[in-house]
Design a protein around this ligand. Structure first.
Ligand SMILES: Nc1ncnc2c1ncn2[C@@H]1O[C@H](COP(=O)(O)OP(=O)(O)O)[C@@H](O)[C@H]1O
Ligand SMILES: [Mg+2]
Length: 159
């Protein structure tokens, strides 16, 4: 599945987060890509809220690289590869172990991963245009589907 939607306001981002949280399963990865300020951490916070994790706990793990959030509908590992940069090693980080242990693994700056773990995944590319328009491109592995009916398709997809 591949779709592109407009995120006209925070409500749209929350709607997307709700559907991503609904699709989330133990052992699944969510790859987040997009520039600094595109909204990766914000989307992660909204998803965690939907999973009944205290949003206060959800902060950017830029320095720690990984934050673990327990106590929600499923355990979440929140990863930020920004500090590691190009070629970040998923095995060195133990991401495969998190997946095996049934975590939902959310990865900011997934473009820096040298290898992709072989697991069900959702990829969300976030974009903030110079005019302040936000868009999200959503792609999933064959066994995953995300309901985006309530979000409007972007012009690009409609063409
Ligand atoms: N969907 C959104 N609508 C409006 N503002 C947003 C949205 N997503 C993020 N922001 C704002 O943009 C800024 C950067 O967001 P952040 O989520 O930290 O981006 P990233 O993690 O991609 O660097 C924050 O001030 C945040 O409040
Ligand atoms: Mg961030």
């Amino acid at each position: 599945m591949q779709r592109e939607v407009d995120l006209g306001n925070r409500r749209d981002t929350r709607l997307l987060a709700k559907e991503l949280a609904r699709a989330a399963r133990p052992g699944m990865a969510l790859f987040l890509t997009g520039d600094l300020g595109a909204g990766k951490t914000t989307l992660t916070r909204y998803i965690c809220e939907e999973l009944s994790i205290k949003p206060r706990e959800v902060t950017s793990p830029t320095f720690a690289v990984i934050h673990e959030y327990q106590g929600g509908r499923l355990p979440v590992a929140h990863v930020d590869l920004y500090r590691l940069g190009e070629g970040a090693d998923i095995y060195e980080l133990g991401l495969d172990e998190y997946l095996e242990r049934g975590f939902f693994v959310i990865i900011e700056w997934a473009e820096f991963m040298a290898e992709m773990p072989g697991c069900p995944f959702i990829r969300v590319g976030l974009r903030l245009s110079p005019e302040g328009k936000r868009q999200a491109k959503i792609e999933t592995s064959g066994d995953v589907s995300v309901d985006l009916k309530q979000l409007s398709l972007s012009e690009e997809t409609r063409r």
